[in-house]
Design a protein around this ligand. Structure first.
Ligand code: R5P
Length: 291
């Protein structure tokens, strides 16, 4: 299998290729003066199965999706047998249904665009809701990085910490983490106003008095969800609060907001590269590609 390093996942692509004992296919890319993307595969992939590693996180997620489509088209035109899109953070996945009349079903729109560019299957990491993948026009699979995050935390002295999900949708994540940390788990209730996008989180009884709490979520975007959850567990007497997420988007002043709320440490994976990417999903993806 040939590993193609997309422009948004150069480091992760290199790590995956190394784990798979193959030299990554290099890609020449640039932006034209008007902002359009140009890409060219620098190595032939004729008759090969190809995995294109390209995350689609902000900023410029739309450009990253177009680059992925161009890479897939280029691979197929060069004679690739199969194209697997490895999209560690899958943009638009949260619009997994039509919430308000007149909206697009964005996740499926993106998947159909990718299919028409030659993508035969897709691998992502902790997609927001797995059921979205069943509507994709090709085989798509989400692998979970929660064990990697929890193992990292355990190695760093967090065994016995309480794993908290900031909303019920993330409870399966907290449960997965609790299987490693063994300090109990629970969740809060979060509501979202579908028009304004504003969220509100309700307090509830949780046994966190004096405990170390790790809040686990799939995505941190503005940090608002984490700020609300942190304030609630602090008010319930939590000893100290740490945060672990798979996809750290950290939009705007998310980091400052979380630290100001009392978060002591933030841990994320490299699906979205940042200074908090302390855990690599490369072994997870390499093993999935080798299956
Ligand atoms: C949505 O339910 C997700 O799991 C995250 O909780 C959400 O995307 C986080 O967004 P923000 O950091 O802006 O609150």
């Amino acid at each position: 299998m040939k590993i193609v390093r997309g422009p948004s996942s150069l480091q992760l692509g290199a790590k995956i290729a190394e784990l798979m004992h193959t030299k990554p296919v290099t890609v020449a890319f640039k932006n034209f003066p008007d902002g359009e993307s140009y890409i060219r595969l620098e190595v032939s992939v004729k008759n090969e199965e190809v995995a294109i590693v390209q995350t689609t996180s902000p900023p410029q997620q739309d450009t990253k999706i177009v680059q992925l489509a161009l890479l897939s088209d280029a691979a197929k035109r060069d004679g690739a047998k199969k194209v697997r899109a490895v999209v560690p953070y899958l943009a638009y996945a949260r619009q997994d249904r039509v919430f308000l009349k007149g909206e697009a079903l964005s996740a499926q729109t993106i998947a159909r665009m990718l299919q028409s560019s030659g993508v035969d299957s897709l691998i992502t990491v902790n997609v927001h809701q797995e059921k979205v993948l069943s509507g994709f026009p090709f085989q798509a699979r989400s692998v979970s990085a929660i064990n990697l995050l929890a193992d990292y935390l355990k190695r760093n002295g967090f065994g016995g910490a309480f794993a908290l999900a900031p909303d019920s949708g993330a409870m399966h994540i907290a449960e997965e983490a609790q299987n490693v940390l063994r300090g109990g788990c629970g969740y809060l209730e979060k509501q979202r106003d579908r028009v304004t996008g504003q969220t509100s989180t309700e307090s509830k009884k949780l046994d966190v008095q004096g405990k170390t709490v790790v809040i686990f979520d799939d995505i941190i975007s503005t940090g608002g969800t984490i700020v609300s959850a942190t304030k609630i567990v602090k008010a319930l007497g939590a000893g100290n609060v740490h945060v672990a997420c798979v996809h750290g988007l950290f939009v705007g002043d998310a980091e400052k907001r979380m630290l100001d709320a009392g978060v002591q440490e933030i841990v994320a994976t490299d699906t979205v590269p940042s200074k908090f990417s302390k855990i690599s999903v490369a072994p997870l993806i390499a093993s999935e590609l080798s299956r």
